[in-house]
Design a protein. Structure first.
Ligand SMILES: *Cc1c(COP(=O)(O)O)cnc(C)c1O
Length: 382
């Protein structure tokens, strides 16, 4: 069986988890801090906050940016629903702009025209997604966001290790915090780094960093410098309404161990992508993601074909399990109940009618990939 994505757990990973399990701490021990430091270092951000999953990361981001019932936030219809749901968790309104049909990323021109339709201050934030691992040009988004006093949360779940080249010819890693206020990652097994469940928020903003730390653990602080009173050694203060969004120590140990192999995995993903691209280059019934950045992190390798459903079903009979990313968020029944409709975002919906994510994970063998390619080409040429 060949799935579209798969985790890679090595003996080192298993040993790291065992070591954490047999230590004094199962949660909130030293492994969390170790993972956060290593991750911030890898991404190039000042701060990192480990949380229980990517969705919790998004929720904490909208909380610390004060999203509330009068907030309006723009995101892409082609993403996992969580990118939009985090706004709803805080009672805010989600708005969508269309995607660029070439890159599949949130189209900055579509965002600009939406922003311009309303007075300044109507929208509070933008959540661009480094979809499939293709890094968003956040330098351009930052300029636009500044013009309209908006914050940016970068949903970088697909792109740890990804980057774009800025106007000064400098590499800008996804999630490095140079342009976005906050960025989030997920460590679900299908993503680059697996913790079982897990997530991370990165930022360069010290104030937001301290807010995140507090809200991750019930809004409680034990830091004497931050407390209003101090009754003694046992004392803590719950200063605002937070959550239990902590990661466990053994998950963090797994994350740190996985992170040590992140570049290796990324290299293999890029090799696999190159082989697909070469194989499909001259095929008239296959369209590929174009306008991709050199720093594409290839969480997904996507093709578009008119015979998507037939191809998906046929591959299944050959034990190749592809997937579709994503059903446009605005067409999900919940979002339709909020007033969005099919037909609202033509590029996103046209993309959805044709897209298919092919097997893409570091342990996919050359032989398996050749089989996938030959099966696809054989079917489409028939
Ligand atoms: C996986 C994912 C999330 C949510 O992460 P979880 O860890 O599954 O909660 C959010 N956004 C995108 C784009 C994702 O791919």
């Amino acid at each position: 069986m060949i799935p579209y994505g798969k985790q890679n757990i090595t003996e080192d990973d298993v040993n790291a988890v065992i070591e954490a399990l047999t230590s004094d701490f199962l949660t909130q021990g030293p492994k969390i801090n170790e993972f956060e430091k290593a991750f911030a270092n890898y991404i190039g951000s000042k701060y990192a906050v480990a949380v229980s999953n990517g969705t919790a990361a998004l929720h904490l981001c909208t909380l610390v940016l004060d999203v509330n019932s009068s907030s309006r936030v723009i995101t892409s219809p082609i993403t996992f629903a969580a990118s939009a749901n985090c706004v709803k968790y805080c009672g805010g309104e989600v708005h969508f702009a269309d995607i660029d049909p070439k890159t599949y990323l949130l189209d900055i021109n579509s965002v600009r025209s939406l922003l311009k339709k309303h007075p300044k201050g109507y929208f509070q934030g933008i959540i661009p997604v480094d979809f499939a691992g293709n890094a968003t040009n956040l330098e351009e988004f930052r300029k636009l966001a500044n013009e309209f006093n908006c914050w940016i949360i970068e949903d970088a779940c697909h792109a740890p290790g990804g980057y774009f080249i800025d106007s000064k010819n400098k590499k800008q890693n996804c999630g490095n915090g140079n342009f976005a206020d906050l960025a989030i990652f997920s460590f679900h097994p299908v993503k680059h780094i697996a913790c079982g469940e897990g997530g991370m928020i990165t930022t360069n903003d010290e104030k937001l960093y301290h807010k995140l730390l507090k809200l991750r653990t019930h809004g409680i602080t034990k830091d004497p410098d931050l407390m209003q009173n101090n009754d003694g050694g046992w004392y803590y203060e719950m200063q605002e309404l937070g959550f239990n969004y902590r990661l466990t120590d053994f998950q963090a140990a797994l994350g740190t161990s996985q992170l040590a192999r992140a570049e290796e995995g990324l290299k293999r993903r890029r090799e696999i992508a190159e082989k697909y691209s070469l194989a499909f280059k001259n095929n008239k019934s296959i369209k590929r993601q174009s306008g991709v950045v050199e720093g594409h992190a290839y969480h997904l390798y996507i093709i578009e074909t008119e015979k998507r459903k037939e191809l998906y079903d046929f591959l299944k009979t050959k034990n190749i399990f592809c997937q579709v990313h994503y059903i446009p968020v605005h067409t999900l029944p919940y979002y339709q109940s909020l007033g969005w409709q099919k037909g609202d975002f033509k590029n996103a919906e046209n993309y959805y009618s044709k897209c298919l994510s092919l097997p893409m994970y570091p342990t996919l063998t050359d032989k398996e990939q050749t089989f996938v390619i030959e099966t696809i080409i054989g079917f489409l040429n028939d």
